[in-house]
Write a protein that binds this ligand. Structure first.
Ligand code: ZN
Length: 183
């Protein structure tokens, strides 16, 4: 089911999400709703707090934006932990379905090691690079109550202040349903 995406400034996007009980009967529906909502908004990643559920789950499907030499990647991440990240950074433009219309160049560790459960409760410990590593870090941040704009310089943030205010007020034009307040 497509659910409305929670807009920037809603308190739920600033809270650390709860760890998930793997056998929670509502988990399969949550995962399905994340996929439905993400594809409907033409996103490449979506975290549970963005659909109003403060749980440590996110989905990633970057197949459309990967370069041909990369292994096509699509996965569900449950209770993920980033175990390590390289000090080497990569800079790339990022956006967020909860902050429509804003795209900014963000520096992030180029490679990460992460442990997570998939939807069949299999535990993975994997190393990621490139666009996959970037999207995973962006979505992982959502579970920690962080947003990509937190990495901007104070000057850059100041320049975006009015636009962020308008987004927070719901003054955005997008093709997917939004909700502006979720506690
Ligand atoms: Zn986001």
């Amino acid at each position: 089911m497509v659910r409305p995406i929670v807009l920037y400034s809603a308190p739920i996007l600033r809270r650390k999400a709860q760890e998930v009980y793997l056998h929670d009967p509502s988990l399969p529906q949550l995962i399905q709703d994340l996929w439905d909502t993400m594809y409907n908004a033409e996103g490449i990643g979506l975290a549970a707090p963005q659909i109003g559920v403060s749980s440590q789950v996110f989905v990633v499907d970057v197949r459309e934006v990967q370069s041909p030499n990369e292994q096509p990647f699509k996965s569900v991440f449950i209770n993920p932990r980033i175990l390590s990240a390289t000090s080497t950074l990569s800079i790339r433009e990022e956006g967020c379905l909860s902050i429509p219309g804003i795209r900014e160049r963000i520096a992030r560790p180029a490679e990460i090691e992460i442990e997570y459960y998939d939807e069949r409760f299999a535990l993975h410990r994997r190393h990621f690079t490139g666009i996959v590593a970037r999207v995973i870090q962006h979505e992982y941040d959502h579970l920690m109550g962080r947003l990509f704009i937190d990495y901007l310089s104070p000057v850059r943030r100041q320049l975006l202040r009015q636009r962020l205010k308008r987004i927070a007020a719901g003054e955005v034009e997008v093709s997917y349903p939004l909700t502006s307040y979720v506690a």
